[in-house]
Design a protein around this ligand. Structure first.
Ligand SMILES: *Cc1c(COP(=O)(O)O)cnc(C)c1O
Length: 388
């Protein structure tokens, strides 16, 4: 255990703090909401939406998490390489060499369609393989649709060592509680599962719910697959239920200068001071994932107060106007995302300004930003893409 100050002394002053205890609390809060027989699959794809899949997966080991879900085989392999023994579900799609690797590494495949099923059936001639079979209940993306089921049945019948552990589907519109499409998808899922059953293909487990459906209480079946809710962002379009945010992205004032009225700031000279101003330069930019569309369009927190971004966000630097923050000084902490004092730059706020969803804001925080993992007040680890 080291103090944050020690841990960060040799790195740039821009980093993202990830609160591991908040993650634990969110896992527990989700699990507490689930019906008795329903278990949690923690979706940690895309590096846990930029939060760090390995570190969060380690917390899952000691908690009540049934599986960890990832999108890419590489993401699953990274977890295995770091000693994570929790069952892993990879959503795919995977090609034949990847299928073989997944099986060797004990990674369960979510099978998106007959093509991949056929590959897996080929491997299952030599050994037992268990899969989760995805059904397309209306989203038109991954999963087998009704017209593909006869082929799915045929492949499964001819592959006695291939076992289907679960049928699952995915909702397109669960974040909108007024949209009837989620109910339609569930009904469609049931119908297609019944079609399979009539053809002699059954599975002991079923799952469908993402974070939005889970928080709305649509948690039928055996597992829920939650990602964003575990990170403390509201998955619903309205009536936001938010758990504890994990990520706090901070930097510092690197330069502070007094500028006269009418002075230009940044590329394109999109901003000119309207008064005698104090302009702070921050060592962070769009290469770190601070979106260029936030130019002249976002606030940061300095000494618990809001300071507007002025001028263009450049690759490595951002300029903010701290004229109204009396004591602002070089070295002051600046929060780009998260809490400082009584105020917060919520990820939802940035997503709204960027006309996107919180998922993308998180995913965009680039690998150039060190991740510092906090367990209470202690900094327990740091991840940076540079050698320390
Ligand atoms: C990403 C993903 C999830 C998790 O979605 P959240 O909205 O983050 O909970 C669940 N299921 C599938 C198939 C996914 O791709």
């Amino acid at each position: 255990m080291s103090s944050l100050r020690e841990l960060t002394r040799s790195i740039r002053p821009t980093w993202a703090e990830i609160d591991l205890r908040a993650f634990d609390a969110n896992v527990d809060a989700i699990v507490a909401r689930l019906p008795e027989r329903t278990r949690l699959i923690a979706m940690l794809k895309a590096d846990a939406y930029g939060h760090g899949a390995v570190e969060l997966a380690r917390r899952c080991v000691t908690r009540n998490v049934a599986m960890i879900g990832v999108a890419l085989l590489e993401e699953g392999l990274e977890l295995r390489r770091h000693g994570i023994t929790t069952p892993i579900l990879v959503l795919g799609p995977l090609n034949e060499p990847q299928v073989r690797t997944a099986i060797e590494q004990d990674i369960t495949m979510g099978v998106p369609g007959p093509e991949e099923l056929e590959i897996i059936a080929g491997v299952a001639k030599e050994r037992d393989v268990a899969i989760h079979l995805k059904i397309d209940s209306g989203m038109g993306r991954m999963g087998s649709v009704e017209t593909e089921l006869p082929r799915v049945v045929e492949i499964l019948r001819s592959a006695p060592r291939l076992r289907v552990d679960a049928f699952y589907t995915h909702f397109a519109n669960a974040s909108d509680s007024h949209d009837p499409f989620t109910d339609e998808q569930l009904a469609r899922f049931d119908t297609l599962v019944e079609t399979l059953r009539e053809a002699g293909i059954t599975a002991p487990h079923h799952h469908a719910a993402n974070s939005a459906a889970t928080l709305r209480g649509i948690t039928p079946r055996d597992f829920v697959r939650t990602g964003i809710a575990l990170l403390g962002s509201a998955p619903l379009d309205r009536e936001s239920t938010r758990l504890l945010p994990l990520l706090r992205w901070r930097t510092e004032i690197a330069r502070l200068k007094e500028l006269p009225p009418g002075h230009a700031i940044g590329y394109g000279t999109t901003f000119h001071t309207k008064r005698a101003s104090r302009i702070a330069t921050l060592p962070v930019g769009y290469a770190d994932g601070y979106d260029r569309h936030l130019s002249n369009h976002a606030d940061v927190l300095v000494r618990g107060k809001r300071a507007p971004v002025v001028g263009r966000v450049s690759m490595d630097l951002v300029t903010v106007d701290v004229t109204d923050i009396d004591d602002a000084a070089v070295g002051d902490e600046v929060v780009l995302l998260g809490r400082q004092g009584d105020d917060e730059i919520a990820v939802e706020e940035l997503a709204r300004k960027l006309d996107t969803i919180t998922y993308e804001v998180f995913c965009n925080v680039s690998a150039r930003v060190p991740r510092i993992y906090l367990d209470g007040a202690d900094a327990v680890s740091i991840r940076t893409r540079f050698d320390a």
